[in-house]
Design a protein around this ligand. Structure first.
Ligand code: 3PG
Length: 396
């Protein structure tokens, strides 16, 4: 893909789509600014090369209406602290006021447009909205990997009206993610967890021919165990996925990929803080209990396997890590990965959140900023926001 480095941006108005969809409380306090920090390389590059930088993002899901709690003001202020220069935060994303503000920009200036999803045209990919955005700029840079699975006006629509290239975060995300799918150093293990099998099945199917090993934990282990005839108590099971899991297990065997399920588990009557938790072997889950985490024997077995690997992709926590007595599995796996001399790629969403909270993000090769986007990418889908980016070969 062509990137911002392939363009002469000096003196140009550059519209940069970023994913500043950060967790923010009702009072506007940003709980995790990882996604803002992740865009700094592109933003600094553009400033250093005398571009006029117009940033745009969505925040939350206001569905085409103004929501005072979802204004980008707090995000702009945090960005300003991080880049140590003024960021002009506009109260609109299109219209005469925005046109005026942009016309007054000097080289190296930074402007942040208002939440794109205040406009129905954003999610509808309305060409009128896309054109209004495009008219503000000379070049479109997409750095919003986390939003690239959405065929929205600012993600795909803009490409019809402006030359468009990848930002540096987008470039890094594509490189790291496709590295897993194309030529991973082996042994290669995929660690899969999280509550829902449904969300991970696409990745499993796509990655199976490439991996040597799949380690299954988290709530989704219940469906796998049940498929092997194990009684899982009151753990939620996705019965409609069981046949598909059977097929995948057979395929794994044909391909020579081992699939390891937990041999012991932390179980509890409910997934609440203070719930009575105990460790049982996988074959002995009490009828009134559900799976809350992987157990110590499983952690030891998974650790032993991971220590031999040269590439590890991790998607989905090993248990309900938000609750201390169910967080051991996720914490231990994160610590093991942090210490490995291997390529370690963490899928976005709750796995990234866990690794970041543990302060271990900097010790992984890559922590994706995309939740849904990284799931779809690893499932082998072509993301609409990536599909529209110019290829190096087609523009000279
Ligand atoms: C995300 O948080 O995964 C992205 O910002 C996309 O947000 P969305 O799921 O509301 O489209």
């Amino acid at each position: 893909k062509k990137t911002v480095r392939d363009e002469d941006v000096s003196g140009k108005r550059v519209l940069v789509r970023v994913d500043f969809n950060v967790p923010m409380d009702q009072s506007g306090t940003i709980e995790d600014d990882t996604r803002i920090r992740a865009c700094l390389p592109t933003i600094t590059y553009l400033i250093d090369h005398q571009a006029r930088v117009i940033l745009c993002s969505h925040l939350g899901r206001p569905h085409g209406r103004v929501d005072e709690h979802l204004r980008l003001g707090p995000v702009g202020r945090r960005l300003s602290e991080l880049v140590q220069r003024p960021v002009e935060v506009l109260r609109e994303a299109v219209g005469p006021g925005v046109v005026r503000a942009v016309s007054e920009m000097q080289d190296g200036d930074l402007v942040l447009l208002e939440n794109l999803r205040f406009y129905p045209g954003e999610e509808e990919n309305d060409p009128v909205f896309a054109r209004a955005l495009a008219s503000l700029a000379d070049l479109f840079v997409n750095d919003a990997f986390g939003a690239s699975h959405r065929a929205h006006a600012s993600v795909v629509g803009l490409a019809a009206h402006l030359p468009c290239v990848a930002g540096l975060l987008m470039e890094k995300e594509i490189e790291q993610m496709s590295g897993l799918l194309e030529d991973p150093a082996r042994p290669f293990a995929a660690v899969m967890g999280g509550a829902k099998v449904g969300e991970k099945i696409g990745i499993l199917k796509n990655i199976l021919p490439k991996v040597d090993l799949v380690l299954v934990g988290g709530g989704m282990a219940a469906t796998f165990l049940k498929g092997r005839g194990v009684d899982v108590g009151i753990s939620p099971v996705e019965s409609d996925r069981m046949a598909l899991i059977g097929t995948i297990m057979q395929e794994a065997e044909t391909l020579g990929a081992r699939v390891l399920l937990p041999e012991d588990l932390v179980v509890a009557g409910s997934l609440e803080a203070g719930a009575n938790a105990r460790v049982v072997s996988a074959g002995q889950i009490p009828a009134d209990c559900m799976i809350a985490d992987i157990g110590p024997l499983t952690i030891a077995a998974f650790t032993k396997e991971l220590e031999t690997c040269r590439t590890v992709a991790w998607n989905g926590p090993m248990g309900v890590f938000e609750i201390p007595q169910f967080s051991n599995g996720t914490t231990s796996i994160a610590q093991v990965l942090a210490g490995l001399n291997a390529t370690t790629v963490i899928g976005g969403g709750s796995t990234a959140e866990a690794v970041t909270q543990l302060g271990l993000a900097g010790r992984m090769t890559h922590v994706s900023t995309g939740g849904g986007a990284s799931l779809q990418f690893l499932s082998g889908k072509v993301l609409p926001g990536i599909a529209v980016l110019a290829d190096r070969e087609t523009h000279h």
